[in-house]
Design a protein around this ligand. Structure first.
Ligand code: GLN
Length: 297
């Protein structure tokens, strides 16, 4: 084999071609997997394209590539994914955090801007991404985060330890383990919201992710309904409920929030211009209320 045939460039190009039909980001996937084997970052690969790969590194790369071609998400193969500049452990017990979910974090931070020492409840935390991002920005917040999956919560708790962020984790089927009583300033969730049987569930990396974290009833609205119905009993007056949902569910979610008595109900668009987060306020006296509006794009 010539030196060129064994170079980083050679292996990356070959892997990119093989991944082309399987991934929306074949080159990036190949770079991330090879960088992981080499324990380097991607910029090192870019700087040393002629560098030959040792046989063990080729074996490592080919093994990861095989799993990627079988549909394993890159995040599971690397064991981590970045969210809100936090490197988070992820496993097949947790959904891979999505960049669009940062909208929920941004919206919550704006909403909380004038509220000191807020009490927050995040339902269905998975890897802990949302709760940890909020705690990182708001050390004064008292945050409870739940998940129905003890395995997911173990991952979230590990992430909290790794980043030294203090969150109360509870195994809970939505509100089941949360006492009634209006104590929270803000409840938020990125629940499962894809309709069972939606062909989208067969696409890309979704089949490898926990279906419990992705799909919810015939219209994808079961979890959203339960979360909205249970929120007024746990929110202080003037408290907020903030939900991520599918891009075609804005009308339905706003309708559910209004039917439950929420005020100032509106939706916000993600970076793709799709309605992605809806929120409302429980009626009652409020101090320092800020309304968040983003112009429609
Ligand atoms: N937005 C995710 C996706 O489309 C779904 C996440 C969820 O169900 N909460 O892949």
């Amino acid at each position: 084999m010539t030196a060129e045939a064994r170079s980083i460039r050679h292996w990356l190009e070959q892997a990119t071609r093989r991944l082309d039909a399987h991934s929306e980001s074949p080159r990036l996937d190949a770079e991330l997997l090879l960088a992981h084997c080499l324990q380097r970052d991607r910029s090192w690969l870019m700087a040393w394209p002629e560098h030959p790969l040792e046989p063990e590194m080729v074996d490592c790369f080919q093994a990861l590539l095989r799993q990627r071609l079988e549909g394993q998400p890159v995040a599971y193969l690397l064991g981590e994914r970045e969210f809100w500049s936090l490197s988070l452990a992820v496993t097949p017990a947790t959904l891979v955090p999505r960049p669009e979910t940062e909208l929920l974090v941004e919206t919550a931070l704006e909403w909380l801007a004038d509220r000191p020492a807020p009490r927050l409840l995040e339902l269905g935390t998975g890897s802990g991404a949302i709760a940890l991002a909020l705690k990182k920005e708001r050390a004064d917040a008292d945050i409870t985060a739940t998940d129905i999956s003890p395995r997911a919560l173990a991952v979230a708790a590990g992430n909290a330890r790794r980043h030294r962020l203090d969150i109360r984790f509870l195994v809970s089927d939505w509100y089941a383990a949360i006492d009634g009583g209006a104590v929270f300033d803000l409840i938020l969730s990125n629940p499962p919201y894809i309709a069972a049987g939606d062909p989208f569930l067969q696409r890309g990396d979704l089949p490898a992710e926990p279906q419990q974290a992705l799909c919810s009833g015939p219209e994808g609205l079961e979890a959203l309904r339960r979360i909205i119905a249970g929120a007024p009993g746990r929110l202080k007056s003037g408290g907020g409920l903030m939900l991520e949902h599918g891009y075609r569910q804005g009308d339905a979610v706003r309708g559910l929030l209004q039917a439950e008595g929420f005020e100032r109900v509106h939706s916000l668009e993600d970076f793709s211009g799709l309605p992605r987060v809806s929120l409302g306020t429980k009626p009652g006296p409020v101090q320092g209320e800020v309304e968040i509006h983003r112009p429609p794009s």
